[in-house]
Structures are given as C-alpha cells and as structure tokens.
Design a binder for this molecule. Sequence first.
Ligand code: GLN
Length: 483
Amino acid sequence: MHQMTLAEIARGLADKKFSSEELTKVLLARITQLDPQLNSFISLTEELALEQAKAADARRANGEIGALLGAPIAHKDLFCTQGIRTSCGSKMLDNFKAPYDATVVAKLAAAGAVTLGKTNMDEFAMGSANESSWYGAVKNPWNLEHVPGGSSGGSAAAVAARLLPAATATDTGGSIRQPAAFTNLTGLKPTYGRVSRWGMIAYASSLDQGGPLARTAEDCAILLQGMAGFDQNDSTSIDEPVPDYSASLGDSLQGLRIGVPKEYFSAGLDPRIAELIQNSIKELQKLGAVIKEISLPNMQHAIPAYYVIAPAEASSNLSRFDGVRFGHRCEQPKDLIDLYKRSRGEGFGAEVQRRIMVGAYALSAGYYDAYYLKAQKIRRLVKNDFMAAFNEVDIILGPTTPNPAWKLGAKNSDPVAAYLEDVYTITANLAGLPGLSMPAGFVDGLPVGVQLLAPYFQEGRLLNVAHQYQLNTDWHTRTPTGF
Ligand code: GLN
C-alpha cells in the first residue's frame, strides 16, 4: 500500500479498494517503524490524521470526489498548524503551537488531505543538507551516511522512503528542487506569488515559495492544485486564475524549444552528472523537443547576491523572536537586554546566528549601498538574462545540483562550500520564476536531478514536460533499498 502514488491512491479510494482510514493506519505504522533510521519527522499527528481520514471517508461515502480527498501528506514544519507544534527546526520554536493554520494547510485540509505530521527541516530553512535542524540531521534513504539535501530534507526523505506519497515544502534558494534531486523525487517551486506565504514562517520573504514534493510530476500537479491560488492575507500573492495542472500533462512536446545555458556546464559540475543531463536532453529530443544553446551571463553573480539578500531579509524577519512574545525565553533574565541576548543566543543555532549577523551587517548604514543595494541590482540583471532567454526558448534545462548528496558532516566546517552547491537553483528564486527538479539517473548509487525552468506562471508547462519524460523513463520509479 505504501508504494502508491497520490494518483493511484485517488483511484483506489474512488474505487473503494481501501479507505483513507486504512491507508492512514498503514502509513503511520510504517513511519513509526522506519523513521528512527531517517529522522524525517519532528512531530507525528496521529489523532488529527485519523480524524481527517474518517472525515474524508465520510465525504466520499456522501458522493464527494477529489484527488486529495483522503490523501495522506505531511507539512514541512514551518507551515503553521493550529494547536500543533510548529518548530521551524529550531529550539527557538520548540514550544510554539501555532494559533492558526497557514493558508496552504487550510486549503489542503479543506480539499480533504490527511496530515500525518510535520517534517524535519534545516533551522528556519537555512541550509542545503538538513544538518542545521535542532532536532538532528535527516538521513538520505538512498545512503544513510549521506545528507538528503535541505532545507526540506525531512519532507524529501520521508517521501523517498515511501513513508507517505507527497509532502509540502518550501524553496527560498533551492530547498524543494535540491532535496528532490538528492532523493530521486520530483519537486516544484512555483512562481513567486502563486502559493500563499501566509502562515509560512518567513526566512527571506521576497524569495520564499511553498510547493509540492512527490515522486512524480503527476502527483506534483495534484498537490500544487490544492496549494495554489490568490490569498488576500498575503500581499505578494498574485490574483491569477489557477489552471488545471493535471489537464495539460498529456500535451505533446513536439516543437518544444529547450534552452541549455552554456554557463551550466562549467568546471564545477561533476562530469558524471553532466553526462546524465545530456542523456535527459536526448530523451526529450526523441519526444520532439528542439535544443538550443543559450547564455545566462550574470549567473556567476547570483550566489554572492543571494547570500546578501537572503540573510538581510532573514535578519529582519527573525528579529521578532525576542523571547517576549513567543518562542524560547531564557531563565531569570537580569534585564530586558539580557533577556533578548540570552533568549536569542540560546534559541538560535550557529547557522541562523551567522546569517543574522551577515544580514544585519549588509543592511547597516555604512554598508547598505555596497552590499544590499548592489545585490538587488544583480538580482535585476539575473532576471533580465532569463527574460531574454525566454524570448527564444520555452523551457531552460540543466542540472539541479553540481554534485550528488554529500556525506553527513562533510561541509559542516565550511559554510561557503555548502552555499556554492546552490549555484543552479537560486537564480530562479532571485527572478521569481518557477522551477522543477526530476530524477535523471544515479551516480555512485545516489540520485541525480535535472532542473527545468519556465516563464512566470508556466508551472503547467514544467509539469507537462516532466510527465512526458517520466512516461518514457523509469528513474523516478526506483526505490531505495530497505524502504
Ligand atoms: N541553501 C539555501 C540557503 O541556505 C536555500 C535554502 C532554502 O531554499 N530554504 O539559504
């Protein structure tokens, strides 16, 4: 039962082959049995899950239908869930029970999805390895000595290990696509503003975007359908109609113009990954796509710009955690300053503190122009590169990551080495564009992802290309041994 995709579950429930309650019990037992090896969950919500599953079964018995009605999922632990711990992977929020549901959580619950729990993540979504979580590192089910990627590593490891079919995640600089690549999943970062950020604990507000992590493009379409849409509570949410993402999956790729940026195949890319990317290009050519070399000349400036903008926004967003209103409070503060200092010093981990310091520095009076303003200008150049490229092509294709998943601990002493791994993903966040990663093969038994980028609001095109690719390849069907 645990091998089923969301699409298969929806068919099984519609055909009354099993109930949502039965399936939920099977998956909860599987999580209890296998998750100690992975550490992919921070909280299990068994009671809520069973309640939601029974309610979904009752709705189906009353004739209601829906792809998510009775479908088990989990939420990355930065989506607020009313009355349930929402930790953001931090000691700071270990005792925080959200007073309301995030819009994404409420929408999926209304569609009948069943919440099995909250997944582990890098602290405040800062990281690419899921090692900065206060709840401990998450392991990659493909090799337990390797990282699953981050920051949505818990959602990725859980789905890859078949503990559940799909989960929500967020992507500020790659945190949906990179863990998808590292664990053989399909993950989609939507256009900025497509999915509401209301109730999603902010890391870098101008970059953060929620999206689906699942095994197939077909399942990403189902989950995204339940997440996307205008929300008046989020002032950056965009009031555009949500298309039927499943409807366009079957479109032909004949004549599809795929751009391959020459900058992607530089020295930093593992040649074995480069070869798998070339294979995926050939596969898409067989399906009728036309390949064109393009250039993204400002790509080299994206990492430095991102690692100024994201920490700058984080330093501002995280100032609300002051030990007064919510979250961790130190014991017996001497005075107000001591309360702030010790609450924040004890509540935040090293990576979060590093970013707050970098961000506060970049925003300070004497340095604002030199760092923050300059980074914003680079951001515009990166966007302009994409706009020029999309005049010529329909999709941009390349690797999701320069290397496969590294060993746990391998980059702990060198944060910049980890930042450099984001080279292919962060440009989409800087420009606000949608991006998808899908399985493209293996290197040393570790999964490799191919990334597709599309113009604004063309999530349907990304899902269509990925689905057609998955109809003709079987990488996405591979299961990690032991799971
Ligand atoms: N690795 C990037 C960072 O640490 C991206 C993280 C994310 O997308 N949340 O900021």
